[in-house]
Ligand binder design. Sequence first.
Ligand SMILES: Nc1nc2c([nH]c(=O)n2[C@H]2C[C@H](O)[C@@H](COP(=O)(O)OP(=O)(O)OP(=O)(O)O)O2)c(=O)[nH]1
Length: 136
Amino acid sequence: MSGERALLVVVACALIDADSRILLSERPTGKALAGLWEFPGGKLDQGETPEVALIRELREELGIETQAACLAPLTFASHSYDGFHLLMPLYVCRRYQGIPTGREGQRLKWVRASQLRDYPMPPADEPLIAHLVDLL
Ligand SMILES: Nc1nc2c([nH]c(=O)n2[C@H]2C[C@H](O)[C@@H](COP(=O)(O)OP(=O)(O)OP(=O)(O)O)O2)c(=O)[nH]1
């Protein structure tokens, strides 16, 4: 029964540039969902708030700095995968310092909201696209 699956909270970010494009990050070979394009982010460490976790993940994955006041909640994903149920708040961030680079070797792409469907994404992300199209 899906109700028995563990709930996994992953926090994610639609980073937006001055041209209203969104940053996608490719999941590396060897990981679950490899090759799919996702929003930067990750799991919460023990004791972290979603905002603190997201600021840390953006630093680790992209080498950029931001702060909680620059993270605006947009929507969330709720999706059952084999073995766990993903609950993923999606924040929008337009203000950050630094130039995003794939600090973990991952490929990055700046993509217009209307072109998000051209990039294969994890199934949980599918319903998020319409929210970004509306926003941008
Ligand atoms: N960061 C992120 N994760 C997503 C998205 N969509 C989606 O289904 N996920 C899933 C994939 C993973 O199961 C989980 C993210 O966990 P993660 O990136 O911290 O962990 P991971 O699978 O890379 O594994 P690891 O860090 O434990 O090695 O959330 C998304 O847009 N962004």
